[in-house]
Design a protein around this ligand. Structure first.
Ligand SMILES: CC(C)(COP(=O)(O)OP(=O)(O)OC[C@H]1O[C@@H](n2cnc3c(N)ncnc32)[C@H](O)[C@@H]1OP(=O)(O)O)[C@@H](O)C(=O)NCCC(=O)NCCS
Length: 161
């Protein structure tokens, strides 16, 4: 199967935080951020493999700073590595003040997606071709994280391989 460069999967999304998406402090709900991260991740995975995908895991999710109602939410997603039927996607979230333009990194996570065939069964996805130094660094780190996440999944009994 032909490999794909990292650029194929690079995805950016921008949203504005509306009052309906906020908690009583006037900040975006964590669940809303997670929803947006899943969407950015799934689009990135789709662009890499061009087949139906499902989310199988989310790890290293952090919320570093709140994002206030009226601010912009920017999401950046990229496939870091494709394995056999699964792909790891790094999703980063930034806030942007619409008046000053000031940006801050507010969240990050690694999501794993599995490519599915027409019968909904896991199927092989194209390999990722890392070209730049940064692509290669992320590619190497993705293998370490995969070992860790599968070992944790086995430990809690959600992966019985
Ligand atoms: C994802 C799913 C199809 C995998 O099924 P499965 O029987 O575990 O299939 P496999 O054992 O062949 O694993 C498929 C891939 O998932 C990976 N995987 C399985 N569990 C995992 C976990 N907890 N974390 C990370 N990767 C995992 C495997 O390593 C494998 O990847 P590889 O082929 O690149 O090595 C199945 O678990 C599922 O349908 N889950 C529900 C998905 C869902 O509903 N998501 C939310 C809505 S999109």
């Amino acid at each position: 199967m032909k490999g794909k460069p990292v650029s194929e999967s690079r995805t950016t999304m921008t949203e504005v935080v509306l009052p309906n998406d906020a908690n009583i402090h006037g900040n975006i709900l964590g669940g809303k951020v997670m929803h947006l991260m899943d969407l950015a991740g799934v689009i990135s995975a789709f662009r890499h493999c061009r087949m139906p995908v499902v989310t199988v895991s989310v790890d290293s999710l952090c919320f570093l700073h709140p994002i206030k109602v009226g601010q912009l939410v920017l999401l950046e997603a990229v496939v870091t590595r494709a394995f056999t039927t699964s792909m790891e996607v790094e999703v980063q979230v930034f806030s942007e003040d619409p008046l000053s333009g000031k940006r801050m990194k507010t969240s990050a996570a690694f999501l794993t997606f599995v490519g599915l065939d027409m019968n909904g069964k896991p199927t092989r996805v194209p390999p990722l071709i890392p070209r730049t130094q940064e692509d290669k660094r992320r590619y190497r780190a993705a293998l370490r994280r995969r070992r860790q996440r599968l070992s944790e999944a086995r430990a809690v009994g959600t992966k019985d391989v």
